[in-house]
Design a protein around this ligand. Structure first.
Ligand SMILES: O=C(O)CCC(=O)C(=O)O
Ligand SMILES: [Fe+2]
Length: 783
């Protein structure tokens, strides 16, 4: 198929699918980089600000001689700080290094047929893979490079399967390099207090992957990336780079560099090899050695080649921090795992800084902060309703344990961790989608459809022409702009293409591909939020009518029930919260998000105050004010901070979790000393709520474009709310009927009957049964 440089799909097919690579693209004579290769601005590396690594290369010829200790010290220090160093007199013949670079250039200059035979789907052996991006469907921007990757499993297999043009020279390179790697590893392990024998070193370096990487000269090197930021996964990497440069290492806090820059360049040094610590060495050393985040930038000077050897443990090796280090540190920072599991986990995702190491990290409690705020709020919301119902009955029922509330705490913690593990948005990482959006923002059109919001001419006709060419007025409220229209339409097109090749839907910008209805973004969630709102309204109204009209009032016209006002406010805040949830799901913009989050925080803060007042039975006005004031001040400040200073999700999450857990604990303790006969309703609510939360964890794409897990989850809260509200009103009625003899006799008798049958009768029956048993055992019954 002919290459069309204006069409992202055509470029993708030419470069990735057909295997022409970036080399082919550059040779086709393009003058600017296509959109699929443009990195998001926040991901780009500011090369201007980067500094060069000043460490002189380490002279390995001194190892084993009189200068051994000094060299060992240099190696250790470099591994502990930057995680990168350069070595000379490494034992790899300099002539070999030169011919490696030349061979690499020659290989990538071969005609397509010679290289394309090693493309992953057709390669004669799984040991050899030729390609361009590592995981094109998941990368934020495709990498500006081509590569050939080879697994070394022995000389025979290498000679049989590796490409003819490069195998000899690479085999020689790996033979020399491995000797050096073993020496370096020995030094690094000895420094940790380990005396490694040969077999240990052999296992730790048992797997060797070699690559030749070609970074063609790039017309816009500031916006592309050769290799995305990442850390290597094995033990030690040996890298031969040519004189072009472009390898950058991310500075971390304890590297002793001034904070004025983020990256340091590893400058090319003639005859030197670059060595870097990889993830497994970081794990074994319990974090003492640093597997540094690094990336390769492109240049427009000339094409660059590099030849890395990644040494790794055997696939079946168990990796765990060395006991000698853990004993010293008093804590292991990484868990035990099989190296193959680590590899599989890394290879299924696009390169992403040091995220690969998360697989091995021992999870800290601090991960709680990753909980989805809406999720936690809603959880407490259910819990409040549940306990609110028990609260109404507390008025006159005796005490008994209510275990379910404790289970709900446990449930919460378990779910919290699970939800913390969720991640999103493969769709907007898809290069074809990104290219489509970039194109649309330039032209205002996607696949022949043009959007009035994009205010520039397309096909000679201005998109924001006369009013009759624009959107109807009744749709204008939702304020779709050019970017959102482009995103939506590119998403629709990409999803159709994905569906055509049998791929399921993926998320875009954290959201599933929903179908818009009248411009509403997530119609089902909106409808269910509105129904929740209606349910709360109904509950609140019946509560209000019950308290104010159906039941006797004090002479001052106030309700006898002193907490009525507090619950009214709670009802109002709940309604407010669902209202903004509906709005937010209609149209997710900055303002609606802030309103939604703010009203949720207000509800959560208020319910904490309510929990304290109710559970500690604070009835005196002055005391209530004193308790509530600091909380109100804090919640108000927090909402102002979110809205007008920094919309900090992490901090907000912490605040919500603390407020939520606090009130949950208060209610749980309180519930532990109360009892009511209809607690099954509370159980239904808590268990139902818990099960409903699974929907947030086992997130699934929208059925028919509408009903995703989140929407269904909102749907489930409707009956739960009904159950609670119904319950509260009912219990309150009984309480009041029992307490006020002035109420009509018939109603009183009815209420009493229900009350006794549901609460006292089982108790009497049980007592009667026990005494019957006891008597029968004592022989009294049949005597
Ligand atoms: O090409 C380079 O300089 C580095 C390559 C690299 O980091 C890698 O392949 O993991
Ligand atoms: Fe690397």
């Amino acid at each position: 198929m002919a290459l069309n440089l204006n069409d992202a799909k055509s470029i993708y097919d030419f470069v990735v699918t057909e295997g022409n690579g970036i080399k082919g693209l550059v040779d086709s004579g393009l003058s600017t980089v296509p959109a699929v290769y443009v990195q998001p601005p926040n991901e780009r590396i500011d090369k201007e600000k980067a500094i060069k690594l000043e460490l002189p290369p380490i002279d390995l010829s001194k190892l084993g001689g009189p200068g051994h200790a000094e060299v060992a010290e240099q190696i250790v220090r470099a591994a502990e700080t930057v995680g990168f160093f350069q070595v000379v007199n490494h034992g790899v013949p300099l002539q070999l290094l030169e011919s490696l670079k030349e061979t690499a250039h020659n290989f990538f200059s071969l005609p397509l047929e010679r290289k394309a035979v090693y493309l992953a789907p057709v390669s004669p052996s799984p040991l050899v893979k030729y390609g361009t991006s590592y995981l094109p469907e998941k990368e934020k921007a495709l990498g500006w490079k081509d590569y050939i990757l080879m697994q070394y499993t022995g000389d025979d297999e290498a000679l049989r399967y590796w490409p003819e043009e490069i195998k000899e020279v690479l085999l020689e390179y790996v033979r020399y390099s491995i000797v050096m790697v073993k020496k370096l590893l020995r030094v690094l392990l000895e420094n940790l207090g380990v005396k490694p024998d040969d077999s240990m070193i052999d296992v730790l370096t048992g797997r060797k992957t070699l690559a030749m990487i070609y970074y063609p000269t790039c017309p816009n090197p500031d916006v592309t990336i050769g290799i995305e930021r990442h850390s290597d996964i094995g033990m030690l990497t040996v890298l031969l780079q040519d004189e072009i440069g472009g390898l950058y290492v991310k500075i971390e806090e304890n590297m002793n560099y001034e904070k004025k820059t983020e990256w340091i360049e590893i400058p090319p040094i003639p005859n030197a090899l670059v060595i870097n610590v990889a993830d497994m060495l970081q794990v074994l050393s319990n974090g003492k050695y640093r597997s540094a985040e690094h990336a390769v930038c492109n240049t427009n000077i000339n094409s660059r080649v590099s030849v890395p050897i990644f040494t790794m443990p055997l696939e079946t090796s168990t990796i765990v921090p060395l006991s000698q280090v853990v004993e010293k540190d008093g804590i292991a920072h990484y868990k035990e795992f099989l190296f193959v599991d680590y590899m599989n986990n890394v290879y299924k995702n696009a390169l992403n800084g040091k995220k690969s190491l998360n697989f091995a990290k021992i999870v800290q409690r601090s991960q709680l902060q990753a909980i989805d705020q809406r999720f936690s709020i809603s959880f407490f919301y259910y819990t409040n309703l549940t306990l609110q119902s028990s609260h109404a009955t507390q008025l006159d029922f005796p005490t008994k344990k209510m275990m379910i509330d404790r289970y709900s705490i446990a449930l919460f913690l378990v779910f919290s961790f699970l939800v913390g593990a969720l991640d999103a948005s493969a769709g907007d990482a898809d290069p074809l989608y990104r290219a489509c959006v970039a194109e649309c923002e330039k032209t205002g059109c996607v696949g022949g459809r043009c959007f009035p919001q994009c205010k520039f001419p397309s096909d000679g006709v201005a998109n924001d022409g006369p009013w009759y060419m624009q959107e109807p007025l009744y749709l204008k409220w939702k304020q779709w702009d050019c970017q959102s229209d482009c995103r939506y339409n590119c998403m629709v097109d990409r999803e159709k293409e994905r569906e055509a090749v049998g791929n399921g839907p993926v998320k875009y910008h954290g959201k599933w591909p929903f179908e818009r209805v009248f411009g509403i973004q997530e119609p089902a969630s909106v409808v269910f939020s509105a129904l929740n709102l209606a349910m709360h309204f109904h509950g609140w109204l019946s509560f209000f009518i019950l308290i104010s009209y159906n039941l006797p009032l004090r002479q001052s016209k106030k309700a006898y029930y002193e907490f009525a006002t507090l619950w009214h406010v709670y009802g109002l805040l709940s309604m407010n919260s669902w209202l903004w949830s509906a709005v937010f799901h209609s149209r997710d913009v900055d303002l609606t998000e802030k309103l939604d989050y703010s009203s949720a925080v207000a509800l959560l803060g208020y319910s904490l105050i309510l929990a304290i007042l109710r559970c500690f039975n604070v009835r005196v006005e002055a005391a209530r004010v004193m308790v509530a004031a600091p909380f109100l001040a804090f919640v108000t400040t927090h909402i102002l901070y979110l809205n007008f200073y920094a919309f900090d999700y992490g901090w907000n999450m912490k605040v919500c979790v603390v407020m939520g857990v606090a009130q949950l604990l208060i209610w749980a303790i309180w519930a532990g000393v109360t009892r009511h006969p209809y607690r099954w309703k509370c159980w239904v609510v808590v268990i139902g709520g818990g099960l409903a939360m699974l929907l947030e964890i086992y997130d699934f794409p929208p059925y028919q474009g509408f009903f995703d897990a989140h929407a269904i989850w909102h749907a489930t809260t409707i009956p739960l709310t009904y159950l609670c509200r119904h319950h509260i009103a009912y219990k309150l009625r009984i309480f009041i009927l029992l307490s006020f003899p002035s109420i009509r006799e018939k109603e009183r008798v009815c209420a009493l009957t229900i009350f006794v049958s549901f609460s006292r009768l089982p108790l009497f029956s049980f007592r009667f049964f026990c005494s019957f048993l006891k008597k029968s055992q004592d022989g009294e019954v049949y005597s």
